[in-house]
Design a protein around this ligand. Structure first.
Ligand SMILES: Cc1ncc(C[n+]2csc(CCOP(=O)(O)OP(=O)(O)O)c2C)c(N)n1
Ligand code: SF4
Length: 292
């Protein structure tokens, strides 16, 4: 049987775009029963303007800062009219980590019944690759030309402090895992957050046929960690679980970094700093998994 398609062909996405790839999988997992709220981002261009939208579901293009508040209102409207289906925010890391953080935090704290999904390509790509709060240490962007000097913040961890019922991380390198996490989130009521590592070929400067490989390498090198937090209980998932259990060693981070032009200027000391940061995050999350 051919599955119905909710992400139509002929969108304005770059070839190899992780946002397009993941949104297609997400809409399938939701069986098209969704209203999608998109703040200013590559995705507002990709999804397009009515009646030429690339999505075969209703889309609301919201102001940058307001997507979680807009989703809250749409949920209330649907509830009022007895309509079912998921209200999904589909936002970049600029719209999540920086400009939309207040409305995200407010909706999470109020326990709104929405599914907020951030595709984290670690920069503002739509406006020409500027740094965001999710840009990792050392990465070149047009506003960090010598490489970013600060480490990234982590919104999934900020959301843990909001005590929401479901948080998960995913990667464009593991689309089945993403599909399963969306299916699981769908069964849970309340505020749910999924963050996807979304390697972006033009912004990270790698060939467009390497998006999935990059998403896999991020997890294999431990630079991106897959986990779920269900009702406060955290557990590693997928390949990160195998690594956490000591059944597989992480690959050398250089294998990941060397494929991306945005890291081509790194010194040996920069690479050691990135490795130290990666190790600190693993220690923190392992403690968290044991504690909760
Ligand atoms: C309030 C406001 N500030 C700035 C902009 C310009 N702008 C549009 S898209 C964008 C970048 C979005 O970055 P991100 O959320 O990471 O999504 P991506 O472009 O990477 O998909 C910016 C800065 C805007 N539309 N509104
Ligand atoms: S710049 Fe990156 S995120 Fe934006 S459409 Fe192109 S591949 Fe997708």
């Amino acid at each position: 049987m051919i599955e119905p398609e909710y992400f139509l062909p002929g969108s304005a996405a770059c070839h190899g775009c992780p946002a397009a790839m993941c949104l297609r999988v997400i809409l399938r997992a939701l069986e098209g029963k969704a209203v999608v709220v998109v703040p200013a981002s590559c995705s507002s261009v990709i999804t397009g303007v009515y009646p030429h939208s690339a999505l075969n579901v209703p889309v609301f293009n919201s102001a940058f800062a307001a997507s979680a508040a807009v989703a809250t209102g749409i949920r209330a409207g649907l509830d009022f009219y007895g309509e079912e289906g998921e209200v999904v925010v589909w936002a970049g890391d600029g719209g999540t980590y920086d400009i939309g953080l207040q409305s995200l935090s407010g909706a999470a704290e109020r326990g709104e019944d929405i599914l907020y999904i951030c595709y984290n390509n670690e920069m503002y790509s739509n406006t020409g690759v500027q740094r965001s709060g999710a840009t990792p240490y050392g990465a070149w962007t047009t506003t960090t030309v010598g490489g970013k000097r600060e480490h990234r913040k982590d919104v999934a961890e900020i959301l843990m402090a909001h005590n929401v019922p479901y948080i998960a991380t995913a990667s464009a390198g593991f689309l089945n895992d993403l599909y399963n996490k969306v299916r699981k989130a769908r069964e849970i009521e309340g505020f749910r957050y999924i963050e996807i590592l979304a390697p972006c070929p033009p912004g990270w400067r790698f060939p467009m046929d390497k998006t999935v490989e990059m998403g896999r390498l991020a997890v294999e090198t431990g630079m991106w960690i897959l986990y779920e937090v269900v009702e406060g209980k955290m557990r590693f998932t997928g390949l990160s679980k195998v690594i956490a259990e000591g059944k597989r060693k992480m690959k050398d981070i250089k294998e990941y970094l060397k494929l991306q032009g945005r890291f081509s200027h790194l010194s040996e000391e920069d690479i050691r700093e990135i490795e130290r940061y990666r190790d600190r995050r693993w220690e923190f999350l392992k403690r968290r998994a044991n504690e909760l």
